[in-house]
Ligand binder design. Structure first.
Ligand SMILES: NC(=O)c1ccc[n+]([C@@H]2O[C@H](COP(=O)([O-])OP(=O)(O)OC[C@H]3O[C@@H](n4cnc5c(N)ncnc54)[C@H](O)[C@@H]3O)[C@@H](O)[C@H]2O)c1
Length: 256
């Protein structure tokens, strides 16, 4: 057994760790990137939105370490190339946060095949491709933390989200599978299932639905991105070294 982890031994919880955060240009991914940098990680933001550069620059000007790359999580060869470069530059790829995700909401009868496929492509296949590419380096270093974005919708279903709910349930199942396959290499794999969180992803929801949404949540409020980021921090840290295959629900008590 490793040396016991106590409050005295923990200072910065991710000191010297190399962390890839997909979808880090805004929303929950931005909060994860900023929090991880504050906790000592070198953060590599992977996103399609160029504003990720501003997130990385702000981290750097606050004394943290971050870089930004415009790459799609669905682009297998670009992801493999980027992760090889990260490993060559830093000598490890310790943490993978599979946070990038999209919605294309429509009821079952109206959902097109293209809408179904595009959500599967990013939310499910993107998580698979990034994890497959990162696992090579994690195995080589006998260390890894994989934390992937599920949703409480993946546990409960949601009106108008056939595609999205299926991908989020899939992320939970993939994480449990990787727990079994990768555990012997010192790698943990977990999922985080946020509830309703105030980001651009939910900005399209009409104002008048908000009161009902809040009322349906036992804590009578919605999450802010930082509320979710703290869950990612725990699962990415050494304090969670014996935690693998779980889905950490952070939804104000909605799923119970
Ligand atoms: N906001 C919520 O209420 C909520 C609830 C449960 C789960 N989630 C999940 O949390 C994650 C983050 O959600 P958010 O609310 O911050 O969303 P968001 O839309 O604000 O941010 C998602 C980010 O992912 C990026 N992205 C999308 N496709 C990409 C691709 N192919 N390659 C690289 N980057 C890509 C986007 O550019 C964006 O920066 C998602 O996986 C989402 O499904 C969100």
């Amino acid at each position: 057994m490793n040396k016991q982890v106590t409050t005295k031994t923990i200072k910065m919880r991710l000191k010297n760790k190399i962390a890839v955060v997909t979808g880090g240009s805004r929303g929950i991914g931005q909060a994860i990137s900023e929090l991880f940098a504050k906790e000592g990680a070198t953060v590599i933001i992977v996103d399609l939105l160029p504003q990720g550069q501003e997130v990385a620059d702000a981290i750097s000007s606050n004394g943290g370490k971050a870089e930004f790359h415009i790459v799609s999580v669905t682009d297998k060869s670009a992801i493999e190339k980027l992760f090889a470069e990260i490993h060559q530059k830093y000598g490890s790829l310790d943490i993978l946060i599979n946070n990038a995700g999209i919605t294309r909401d429509r009821t079952l009868e109206k959902m097109s095949e293209a809408e179904f496929d595009s959500v599967v492509e990013v939310n499910l296949k993107g998580v698979f491709l990034c994890t497959q590419a990162a696992a090579v380096y994690m195995k080589a270093n006998k260390y890894g933390r994989i934390v992937s974005a599920a949703s409480n919708v993946g546990l409960r279903g949601n009106f108008g989200q056939t595609n999205y709910a299926a991908t989020k349930a899939g992320v939970i199942a993939m994480s449990k599978t990787w727990t079994m396959e990768l555990g012997k290499h010192g790698i943990t794999a977990n999922a985080v299932a946020p509830g309703f969180t105030m980001t651009d992803m939910v900005a399209k929801i009409p104002e008048e639905h908000f009161a009902a949404i809040k009322d349906s949540i036992p804590l009578k409020t919605v999450a802010q991105p930082i509320d979710i980021a703290y869950g990612y921090l725990y699962l990415a840290s050494d304090e969670a070294r014996f935690v693998s295959g779980i889905c950490l629900t952070i939804d104000g008590g909605t799923s119970r």
